[in-house]
Design a protein around this ligand. Structure first.
Ligand code: CO
Length: 134
């Protein structure tokens, strides 16, 4: 069922500084920042040969990553995203396996314009997992 690693998301306090490090020190291809008010984040995409890194900076009062950054003041890995072919079939299989799907169980349109769901970190060794239909 599980497919490619689509991206690793890292929460950062200062998107400009983090982008600069990836661009200038690591020599990575870094996109312009994109505000995503529906998700409460501003995102930068970093294209690597085999996957992507997303840097997330809080946007607005009720950003879902604000609390994470309170606990992790230096920033940190926020989630990993795996690709699936059929998100509803994947959801049903995960639920049958005892995994908690966050929210109402209905996929939302994620940062790449594709349906996504988030899975409870307690069911994945402390790691928030996103699945994305590709
Ligand atoms: Co993501």
């Amino acid at each position: 069922m599980i497919g490619r690693l689509n991206h690793v998301a890292i929460a950062v306090k200062d998107l400009a500084a983090a982008s600069k490090t990836y661009r200038e020190v690591l020599g990575a291809k870094v996109s312009e920042p994109k505000a995503q008010p529906d998700h409460g984040v501003t995102v930068v995409f970093i294209e690597l040969p085999n996957t992507k890194i997303e840097l997330l900076e809080p946007l607005g009062e009720a950003s879902p990553i604000a609390k994470f950054l309170e606990k992790n003041p230096d920033g940190g890995m926020h989630h990993v995203c795996y690709e699936v072919e059929d998100i509803l079939a994947a959801r049903d299989r995960l639920k049958a396996g005892g995994v908690r799907v966050i929210g109402d169980g209905n996929p939302k349109i994620g940062a790449h314009g594709k349906p996504v769901l988030f899975l409870h970190p307690k069911d994945f060794n402390g790691t928030l997992v996103e699945i994305e239909q590709v």
